[in-house]
Design a protein around this ligand. Structure first.
Ligand SMILES: *Cc1c(COP(=O)(O)O)cnc(C)c1O
Length: 425
């Protein structure tokens, strides 16, 4: 990708990398989302959960990866059900994919029935007030597009209590109830041995069995790996699709999806005893060489990844080697200690890797003091965005190394024509 600095024009033609670097010349960072990796992750989860249906949770702009691009790619790969958080998110997804079922997880708001009908998507009803209002809307308009019932099995966030759910069973038995899914959500699915898993499973299983003929869903990404009893008729993975480890107590079975590179603005030498960055919290203990890169906390690289004289911060890959952050991460810039690199290995204009090439979302989350989910949903809006793959049907007669997605024509546009232009900074 744009990381390779050795862009030497050959026989009058620029290399693909040179073309891309030229197209991206104005961007401080380049974010690449590998749609093929998302598809491979979805297929792996689908296989693990078979015979249950595998949906895809694409709320929060598909965890920062781009809801429209992800929905299109996964729909082509065979995914038929999507979950978003809000009706506004559903609207964007519906514009990208006309066919599949879309559920809205985040609660049914007052007077919004028409919006669900307009784009044919389904609310996840999590409260008796919501259910009553939804019923009124459906009766008044004749809308029969379906809704899910969310049952609380221990999260105490959204969902009908078990008693409330019990009370609507007669309606299910009466038929023509408009309930297309019954679901609950796990509290601590990523902890294999947490007894709350079995407790929630037992509670949900007994109530779901009374919703006769209604498909049931309990498992998020991690829940899928708790085993077949948790998988029911449909599973709802989110984070694992985007490369977050759903089994943090074991190796990550998912492929990495996001690659983030930043440009070296300049390199500079610092004398021993000099401090670097805001607050002067990091002191050079030897004659030091720094690379200053054009990404900062405003781009979603958390300030918590800073280093100081007491603590090491995060690492960045420069010229193939891991190098530590030097001093505080600032809004738009970070200093990297590249003293240990061979002379001239890193130069102005070269790209360094912040995420990818072995730096995982979970590793960054550790340095940021958070979870992979927040790393992804915080990814900045100033990057040039590149989408790789996602075509599902193989393009004809293309050399294996020359996917069109990776090689925009020269000069710009930055992305392949099927994708929207990079977000303005
Ligand atoms: C976000 C969400 C999911 C997906 O969870 P992951 O841990 O990202 O797989 C599934 N179900 C519900 C109700 C959610 O809110």
């Amino acid at each position: 990708m744009a990381s390779d600095p050795k862009m030497i024009p050959q026989s009058g033609l620029l290399s693909a990398e040179a073309n891309q670097a030229a197209a991206l010349a104005t961007f401080g960072g380049v974010l690449t989302v590998d749609l093929d990796a998302i598809i491979a992750n979805w297929r792996k989860l689908e296989k693990t959960a078979v015979p249950a249906e595998c949906s895809a949770v694409i709320k929060a702009d598909a965890y920062g990866c781009g809801a429209e691009q992800v929905a299109r790619a996964l729909n082509k790969a065979g995914c038929k059900t999507f979950f978003v958080a809000t009706i506004e998110e559903a609207r964007k997804v519906r514009a990208a994919v006309p066919e599949p079922t879309i559920y809205v997880l985040g609660g049914y708001f007052q007077n919004t029935g028409e919006h669900y009908a307009q784009i044919n998507c389904r609310p996840v009803i999590g409260d008796l007030n919501e259910l009553a209002e939804w019923d009124v809307f459906c009766r008044r308009t004749g809308w029969n597009g379906g809704a899910a019932i969310h049952i609380d099995s221990g999260m105490n966030r959204l969902g009908l209590t078990l008693a409330e759910a019990q009370a609507i069973i007669p309606r299910i038995n009466a038929g023509d109830h408009g309930i297309t899914l019954v679901m609950s959500h796990l509290v601590s699915a990523e902890q294999l041995n947490n007894p709350v898993n079995a407790k929630q499973l037992a509670a949900f299983r007994s109530i779901a069995s009374e919703f006769s003929g209604v498909p049931a869903a309990l498992a998020n990404s991690s829940g899928i790996f708790l085993g077949a009893p948790f998988q029911f008729d449909l599973v709802r993975p989110g984070a694992a699709l985007y490369g977050v480890n759903p089994t943090p107590e074991a190796d990550n079975p998912m492929q990495p999806v996001v690659d983030l590179k930043a440009r070296i603005v300049q390199t500079r030498n610092v004398e021993r005893g000099e401090s670097v960055g805001y607050g002067g919290t990091w002191t050079a203990r030897r004659p030091t060489k720094l690379a200053i890169i054009a990404v900062g906390y405003a781009d979603g690289y958390f300030r918590a990844a800073s280093s100081n004289d007491g603590t090491r911060g995060a690492e960045v890959i420069v010229a193939g080697k891991r190098c530590p952050v030097a001093g505080r991460v600032s809004m738009d810039l970070i200093a990297i200690d590249i003293t240990d690199l061979p002379p001239n290995a890193a130069r102005r204009g070269h790209m360094v890797t912040l995420l990818g090439d072995g730096i995982t979302v979970d590793e960054l989350a550790h340095h940021f003091g958070t979870i992979g989910y927040e790393v992804l949903t915080s990814l900045g809006r100033r990057y040039a965005r590149i989408y790789k793959g996602g075509n599902v049907v193989e393009p004809l007669a293309k050399p294996a190394s020359a996917s069109t997605a990776e090689q925009p024509p020269s000069p710009p546009p930055v992305e392949q024509p099927a994708n929207p232009p990079p977000r303005p900074s």
